[in-house]
Design a protein around this ligand. Sequence first.
Ligand code: SF4
Ligand code: F3S
Length: 368
Amino acid sequence: MAVGQQDSTRVRASIAAELRRHGIGRREFLTFCASLAAMMALPAEAAQQIAAALGKARRPSVIWLSFQECTGCTESLTRSHSPSIESLIFDLISLDYHHTLQAAAGEAAEQAREAAMKEAAGKYLLVVDGSVPLGDAGFSTIAGIANRDMLHEAVQGAAAVIAVGSCAAFGGLPAAQPNPTGAVSVGDLVKDKPVVNIPGCPPIPVVMTGVIAHYLVFGSLPELDALGRPKMFYGETIHDRCYRRPFYDQGKFAESFDDEGARRGWCLFKLGCKGPVTYNACATTKWNGGVSFPIQSGHGCIGCAEPRFWDMGGIYRPLPQPIGDMRGAALGVAAGAAAGVAIAWHNRSRKQQAVASHQTMKVGDLKK
Ligand code: SF4
Ligand code: F3S
C-alpha cells in the first residue's frame, strides 16, 4: 500500500500489533527498546518502561512536506542501512503523505494530504524539509499551492512540527547570501505550534528517528535548546566528542590534506574544521550505521548543522582562534570516552539486531 493510502485500521493499530504484524518477537522488541534507551542516553533499566509505553502506543500519523530542498534529507533517511532503528521507527508511524516517497501524484496526492489532515486532525506530526520562499509565491509551489500557504494550512491540525534539515530549521542553502528567494525557516513562520529543529545537511537519520521515538515513548517532544534543537543530540559540539581531540590539545595539527600530520590523523583545525562551534551528534552516533563521519574520513566538519554555515567565512578557512582551556578539554575527552562506550554498545546492539532478527521491516514497506 502506498504512502497516502494507508488504511485507517493500521493507523489505529497499536505499535505492539504492528510489530507482531511484521513478525517481530518479544525478544527482538526488547533489544530494540534497549537500543532506544541508549540512543536517548537513558539507563538500561529504561528499556522495560520504553517497551511498556511503546507496546500500548497508537501509531501516530505523520504528514511530510518538502519545500525548497534537494531531497537530501529524505535520501539520508531512506539510504540508511537496513534493517535499522531508522527503518523500525518509520514502520511504527503512519506516514500518510510524503512528497517524495508517495506513489500518488497530481489530484490523488492532494486528496491524500487533505484526507490525512482531516482524519488525524489535531494529532498528526507535521514533518517539513526545505525552506519556505517569501520573495514570490511562485518560487516554489506544489499542485499550484505556494509553500507558505501549504505550510499554513497543514500546521493548523498538527500536534507538533518537526523541521528536518538545515533548510527547514534555519533557511539553509536557499537562504545563503544573497537569498534570492527570500527563504525563511519553518520556525520563522510557525509560532503557535511546538517546532523541533533537526538541523544538518543532511541530518543524521538516527537523530530524526530518535525525536520520533521520544514522541512515541513519552508522548512528548524532547527537551530543546535555545535554537529549538533536541538537547539529547545537539547538547555538545563535534569537537567535544571528536576522537582527534587529543591531538588538538597537544597542538598537533595537519597543515595540508596530504602532509605527515594528515596521515597520522592529527587535528584538522588548521584546515578549516568547524567542529569547535558546531553542535551535532556526528562524532558519537556517526553515519551509515556507525561506520564513520566526515572527520574520520579525513575532512573537517563544515558546520552543516549550524545557522548560516554557508556564509560563515569559507569551508577551508580556519576559525580565528583555538578554543577551550585544558580543564575543559580534559572533561571533554572524558565525556567523549564515556559516550564512545555507550555509542559503541548501541552500534553493536544494532548489528546484533540485524543479524538476529531476520526481520523484514524496511522503509520501503511504507510504499506497499
Ligand atoms: Fe576534531 Fe575538528 Fe576539533 Fe580537531 S578541530 S579535534 S578535527 S572537531
Ligand atoms: Fe555536518 Fe559537521 Fe556532522 S559537517 S555532518 S555537522 S561533522
